[in-house]
Design a protein around this ligand. Structure first.
Ligand SMILES: CC(C)(COP(=O)(O)OP(=O)(O)OC[C@H]1O[C@@H](n2cnc3c(N)ncnc32)[C@H](O)[C@@H]1OP(=O)(O)O)[C@@H](O)C(=O)NCCC(=O)NCCS
Length: 220
């Protein structure tokens, strides 16, 4: 899949139906339309965001992109629908994703090594059930492994968040740690699962997919 970059060298990732690009302050309305909803934040660490809180969150994302590229980073992508895009404007923002080995407040590393990253995402409920979140996450995972030399990717889901766990498992993530609600320091007090995907397992799965595609007889 192609990767291009904008003027400051930030990545723009294309997939079949989506364009992932660095968040901007102009995404405030779109992002608040889902991160402001109770049903979207139920399994997130933040409460429903107001417009101001969404703007502040995006401002932090933009600030991180100013420091990119770097070995330690916190990358917040907006996911746009390609079908809506024109030459002069981007497509509708239907979700956002984050990949990070640096804490959101930039206070220090979020992982023990720069080749280990956390990932997270949220999509508008009207757009869920179409495979968009999976397509976007798969593209970001590819970027981390191929462009950012990631060795291991991790994600945390609260156990009842079956949609997120299913998405991650379809990408090849596997649960490596399950924590009871009492161990959770967040006030939501839900049991949590930690999942991970190693580069070696991802690369082997990609090779198997390539091989099966090559051996599938053409229709012509
Ligand atoms: C987690 C979240 C992103 C999952 O969204 P989603 O739309 O269910 O996820 P996917 O993109 O994987 O879509 C999968 C569904 O699309 C369907 N689908 C339709 N067309 C598809 C296509 N072309 N390709 C793949 N799947 C497709 C799948 O069958 C699947 O439906 P199913 O669950 O009924 O089997 C979403 O629930 C969300 O934003 N939640 C709130 C925020 C959150 O909890 N984030 C995670 C924190 S850990």
């Amino acid at each position: 899949m192609p990767e291009t970059s904008d003027a400051v060298g930030s990545p723009i990732l294309l997939s079949e139906r989506l364009r992932l690009r660095p968040v901007t302050i102009d995404d405030t309305l779109a992002v608040q339309s889902y991160r402001g909803r109770d049903d979207v934040v139920r399994y997130l660490t933040h409460e429903p965001l107001s417009l101001d809180a969404t703007r502040d969150r995006l401002r932090v994302g933009v600030e991180h992109w100013r420091r990119y590229p770097a070995d330690w980073f916190n990358a917040n992508f907006a996911a746009e629908l390609l079908e809506d895009a024109t030459d002069s404007s981007g497509g509708r923002v239907i979700g956002d994703l984050r990949a990070w080995n640096l804490e959101l407040d930039a206070s220090g590393p979020a992982t023990e090594s720069p080749d280990v990253f956390w990932i997270g995402y949220a999509f508008h409920p009207d757009m869920q059930g179409n495979g968009y979140a999976r397509e976007a996450a798969a593209r970001m995972v590819r970027w981390l492994f191929e462009e950012r030399s990631a060795r291991e990717l991790r994600a945390i889901s609260w156990a009842p968040n079956t949609a997120s766990i299913a998405l991650l498992e379809k990408l090849g993530f596997r649960i490596f740690l399950e924590l009871p609600a009492e161990a959770e320091d967040h006030h939501k007090k839900l049991p949590a699962v930690h999942l991970r995907l190693m580069h070696s397992d991802w690369a082997a799965a990609q090779a198997a997919i390539r091989q099966s595609t090559e051996h599938t007889p053409s229709k012509h």
